[in-house]
Write a protein that binds this ligand. Sequence first.
Ligand SMILES: C=CC1=C(C)c2cc3[nH]c(cc4nc(cc5[nH]c(cc1n2)c(C)c5CCC(=O)O)C(CCC(=O)O)=C4C)c(C)c3C=C
Ligand SMILES: [Fe+2]
Length: 429
Amino acid sequence: MNDTNDPDRLSRRRFLTSTATAVTIAATSTAAAPHVLAKTSGTASSEADIIPFWGSHQAGIATPQQGFVYFAAFDLVTDKRDDVIALLRRWTEVSARLTQGQTVAPLTDDVANPPVDSGEAVGLTPSRLTVTFGFGPGLFATSDGKDRYGLNKHRPEALVDLPRFNGDQLVPERTGGDLCIQACSNDPQVAFHAVRQLARLAYDAAKMRWAQPGFLAAQKDKGTPRNLMGFKDGTMNPPINSSATLDRYVWAGDDAGWMNHGSYLVARPIRIALEHWDRMKLGFQEQVMGRHKNTGAPLGGKHEKDALDLDANDADGNPIIPDNSHVRLGAPTVNDGAQILRRSYSYDNGLSFTAERWPPWRQAMEFDAGLLFLCYQSDPRTGFIKIFDNMSKFDMLNQFVTHIGGGVFACPPGAKEGGYVGQALFDIA
Ligand SMILES: C=CC1=C(C)c2cc3[nH]c(cc4nc(cc5[nH]c(cc1n2)c(C)c5CCC(=O)O)C(CCC(=O)O)=C4C)c(C)c3C=C
Ligand SMILES: [Fe+2]
């Protein structure tokens, strides 16, 4: 297809000319939102619907979790460093607009060209849209002895390739990626729209590799949301309103060079054998998790926020919170103090044919559903890897869950207005 007939190229040209003048975004409210908002309605963007895009940290990490995510990983298909820079600039400018409730570029009446924006978010509020970018190991790789983008020596030490964990069944088509985008919003159509526009604007520089939408139901009492296993999930997350805690466990520090104020994301789609889980007795489900299902309290406790008593034994001398329960294996005290900021979403991909691995060895269409596990940390070696190494070997939960893909990504610091996400990396290199 020649340049004149390729609609993507035409809209790229129009996009580049229109954004040269169009993008000036004012900083807006920083008002804190309650955890997981219900979907908002109305057409006018109010300050409460807008999360500032520009800032020292990228939004979407220590931001109160929105109701929906659309996560996508991309492969870079260009061999030119300048194309990567242009892509990141374009993605940054457009994301800043979308998070303010604007279209990709001002809409026009030009009927001779594809629209500059696909349009499904027109009339919707941004609903606290955040767009968060990450860089996978492939951005820093060498290929055929050639440093792909001249970034090899700037690959952060913390951006390690994840080891193969016990039980991993990673599908290549749902694993890895040179770049990733996590779009979160209280409106699923807004989150989808954001990734759709950015994927389109990647043109010949990057192609989508895998994607996963997810949801997180708001509780009526604004309490901790429940995952598809029916348990409150997120109770013991480090508090996002404590900057000292975030500095310690989530943000990369002064010694991280261009990643200072950034964070590392580990993303893992985890399929849950819901049909199998639903046949388990309530008492056993609670032993697996180490918490009561109804209240979310740790076994032996009464209230959700009660501290785990890992030393408490029952009358027979057995630990009340079992040795191989999920929460014991995740607790900081058994992981040299390790903590991660979990930002996971349930997912539902419909049904798929499944041959069960347990009696009565049913073969049937089953829910292809689970948890898109997303966690942020200052260093995956002392965060996810430290905790999950043990979990993957001993956790009773492993009878019900399978890690089927994922990746690790360095999420750079936030961009200054007029700059682009990841600029500090390209400016030094
Ligand atoms: C480090 C990796 C972890 C994976 C993978 C993981 C998967 C996973 N978790 C749940 C449900 C719950 N997790 C809970 C607590 C919890 N989970 C992890 C880590 C991983 N989970 C940690 C570090 C913790 C906190 C432990 C603690 O400090 O007590 C809970 C309990 C409530 C809570 O604190 O959030 C639930 C429920 C599922 C279903 C799942 C995979 C599908
Ligand atoms: Fe967990």
